[in-house]
Ligand binder design. Sequence first.
Ligand SMILES: [Zn+2]
Length: 410
Amino acid sequence: MQLYIGIDDTDSKKRLCTTYLAAVLGERLAAFSSVQETRLVRLNPNIPWKTRGNGAVCLKIETRDLPRAKSETLKAVEDFSDLDEEGTNPGVVFYRGVEPERFESFYYRALREVVTTADAEELAEKNGCEIHRWKNGRGVIGALAAIGADLGEHTFEFIAYRRPEYWGKVRRIDSDSVRAMDRATRPMTFNNVDPETSQILVAPSSPCPVLYGIRGKTPESVEQASKMIGAGEPIERTALFKTNQGTDAHLVSCSIVDAKPESSVIVCGHVSAAPKTLAGGHVIFSISEDGDSIDCAAYEPTGGFRKVVKKLREGDVVKVYGGVRKTRNLTVNLEKLEVVLLQKYIEEKNPICHGCGRSMESAGRGQGYRCKRCRTTAGSKEFIQVTRELKQGLYTVPPRAMRHLSKPVG
Ligand SMILES: [Zn+2]
């Protein structure tokens, strides 16, 4: 009998990880079932109360003991949830049907909008799901969305976990081995190392049970890459997840007027206010389309990406990709920037002397220009097209500032 198990909101910033729970549960279920797929599904990254990755999990199993599969799941949630933490509100959804696509549009809403627990429960109950909640049960949203996730476009993450006695301690990973792995396996793996800072990105900084995670395009690429990493502590267990990471699944193309707070958009427009650098190093500009405008921001942590943004000038046509936030104005927090068309700028310059190559001086009002040294003259200024330092193309923030869902360029 086929069973989909969706689980979310079991971890906190301080402890545990929903993927770890899924890894342990997968092993327990494998004793009497066939685990066909384990998914890690990232949801709306702009949800204000979510500060960690906003990831839910789903296990798809074929089991001969349904009651035991359910009880093992609920026991795992009890064992591996940080229930003492205020913001941790686990939810589990069991779906026995064979049409998980019934929840696909709900997945897209949970990825792109703000949905309520009531929405999730209503849809789950209408489709014969069994729901379990702890505390306010907000995890039901992610649990149902993970069951319905459309992973037509997908990537994989291979995660190695630490033994409990190491949780919270400094992770010992040989950085050179990660850099070598990156060189050997990219682009089949991605976001291992930040090219600007050389920072290692496979290990989280939170005190969770993850030692490292390798993201890539196929199960083989991430498993092979994992063998190249030198770890200075024992690995307790590993797990492979099929995910929507690195797919841009959260982004929706729309016009500026339809960009809503807490959504993730791709909008096109022309630069209507040139980039300004604010205190703290954030760079802000505005784009307009059909009389509507929106601010766009490249914040300080996006590093060298800001250098690209600063080269924009009024009139350039761009596509901006990112999460929409309502601060003073509606602002797109840039994840990517596509320079579609560069405005041509003409500058007036004093003519250049053919004798010495310096620019000529005015010879007086209405008298044209001259070079005193060479005694050459010219009648009028020259009009020169400004060479733009920026090139058309797609630019992205550096991997260290990238969201789990963002598709890397190249
Ligand atoms: Zn001269």
